[in-house]
Design a protein around this ligand. Structure first.
Ligand SMILES: NC(=O)c1ccc[n+]([C@@H]2O[C@H](COP(=O)([O-])OP(=O)(O)OC[C@H]3O[C@@H](n4cnc5c(N)ncnc54)[C@H](OP(=O)(O)O)[C@@H]3O)[C@@H](O)[C@H]2O)c1
Length: 313
C-alpha cells in the first residue's frame, strides 16, 4: 500500500481508504456487523488505515460497527468521523456550535469504543454559527486529546480559506483536510477548491470517488443494473447516454493500457498531488481487494490530457 501525508500534517494515510456510509444499511446492504467487520479486517490486512465514517451514517450505527470491528486493532486504523448533521429534534441538535459539537464528540467516542478520534471533520458548513466558535471548540478538543487532527467537508474554497485564516489569526489548530465530492464524473472542485488545497497544503479526501459504483464498469448501457447493487435501487440520474459515452471512452482508454475503469477512477484522483486518500465504499472483501490494488497505476501528464479530452467531450 502507498501512504501519503494528510495535508501538511505528520499523519501518513493509505492512498486507498474505506468509506463506510453503507455500514448499518443506509443503502440497504451491510446490515450485518460481521460482514462489515470482515471488510474492515481485510482492509487493515491490505494496509488500508484510513476509515471514514460520520456520526450520522445510519444514525450512528456505522460508528458502532467500526468500534466493534476495531476491537483489538484500534491502533492500526486512522478513524475519520464527522459532526454537523441533525441527530435529534430541537434547535441545538445539529450544526457546528460548541454546544452540539461537545455533545456529539462524546457520543462518537462511545460508539467507536475509543478515547480519541484521529480526524474529526465538520460535515458541512453551518451558516448560523460563527466560524470562530467552531474553530475554538475544535482546538479545545485537540488540546484535550480527544481529537488528533481536524478537517472540513463540503466547504466551498472561500469557506475553507476563511476557516484557515480565522484559526491562524487566533493561534488555533487549522484543518488539515477537506472532503469534497470529487471524481472523474464530478470535477467541480477543480475550479476553486483543489487550487486552494494545493496552495494551503490541505489534503483532499474525495467522496463518491466511484460515483456510487458507476465508475466500476459493472453498469452497461441499455442493460439492467446488476441485482443488489446500489445503483440498481436508484441511479441518481447517472444512467444517461452522455454519461455512458464518457464511461465507454474511459474504459477504452484503460483497456489500451492494460487496466480497468475502476483502476482509472482511483488513478485519476491520485494523480492530483493534494489528494491524500480515496475513501471508496465497499460491500465485500473482494471489492476492497480490487480497490486496494488500484493505487498501483501512475498516470502521466499526457494521459491526464487525453483523459481531459474524453471527460470534456
Ligand atoms: N462528506 C460527505 O458529505 C460524504 C457524502 C457521501 C459519502 N461520503 C463518504 O465517502 C465514502 C465513499 O462514498 P460512497 O461509498 O458513497 O460511494 P463510492 O465510493 O463512489 O461507491 C461505493 C460503492 O461502489 C461499489 N463498489 C465499490 N468498490 C467496488 C468494486 N471494486 N467493484 C464493484 N463495485 C464496487 C459498492 O456498491 P455496490 O456493491 O452496492 O454496488 C460501494 O458501496 C462514503 O462511504 C462516506 O464515507 C461522504
Amino acid at each position: 500500500m502507498q501512504y501519503r501525508q494528510l495535508g501538511r500534517s505528520g499523519l501518513q494515510v493509505s492512498a486507498i481508504g474505506l468509506g463506510t456510509n453503507n455500514f448499518g444499511g443506509m443503502f440497504g446492504s451491510m446490515k450485518d456487523p460481521d460482514i462489515c467487520a470482515e471488510v474492515v479486517h481485510r482492509a487493515l490486512d491490505l494496509g488500508i488505515n484510513m476509515i471514514d465514517t460520520s456520526n450520522s451514517y445510519t444514525a450512528g450505527v456505522s460508528e458502532e460497527f467500526i468500534g466493534r470491528a476495531l476491537r483489538g486493532r484500534r491502533n492500526e486504523a486512522i478513524i475519520a468521523t464527522k459532526v454537523s448533521s441533525r441527530m435529534a429534534e430541537g434547535p441545538n441538535n445539529m450544526g457546528n456550535s460548541r454546544s452540539h459539537i461537545m455533545r456529539e464528540i462524546e457520543a462518537s467516542l462511545r460508539r467507536l469504543e475509543t478515547d480519541y478520534i484521529d480526524l474529526y471533520q465538520i460535515h458541512r458548513p453551518d451558516p448560523t454559527t460563527p466560524i470562530e466558535e467552531t474553530m475554538r471548540v475544535l482546538d479545545d478538543l485537540v488540546k484535550s486529546g480527544k481529537v488528533r487532527y481536524i478537517g472540513s467537508s463540503n466547504f466551498a474554497a472561500w469557506q475553507a480559506c476563511e476557516a484557515y485564516w480565522t484559526a491562524k489569526s487566533l493561534g488555533l489548530t487549522t484543518f488539515v483536510s477537506d472532503q469534497p465530492r470529487y471524481s472523474m464524473m464530478y470535477r467541480a472542485p477543480d475550479r476553486e477548491l483543489v487550487p486552494f488545497c494545493d496552495a494551503y497544503g490541505v489534503g483532499i479526501l474525495p467522496f463518491f470517488p466511484l460515483e456510487s459504483g458507476f465508475l466500476t464498469g459493472k453498469y452497461r448501457r441499455g442493460q439492467p443494473a446488476p441485482e443488489g447493487t446500489r445503483l440498481a435501487k436508484r441511479d441518481g440520474g447517472r444512467f444517461t447516454d452522455a454519461n455512458f459515452d464518457i464511461l465507454e471512452g474511459l474504459e477504452a482508454f484503460a483497456q489500451e493500457q492494460g487496466h480497468t475503469v475502476l483502476e482509472l477512477a482511483f488513478a485519476w484522483l491520485l494523480a492530483k498531488p493534494s489528494v491524500s486518500s480515496v475513501i471508496a465504499g465497499a460491500t465485500s472483501t473482494s471489492q476492497i481487494e480490487a480497490n486496494a490494488a488500484a493505487a498501483e497505476w501512475d498516470l502521466s501528464d499526457d494521459d491526464m490530457a487525453k483523459l481531459n479530452d474524453i471527460l470534456t467531450g
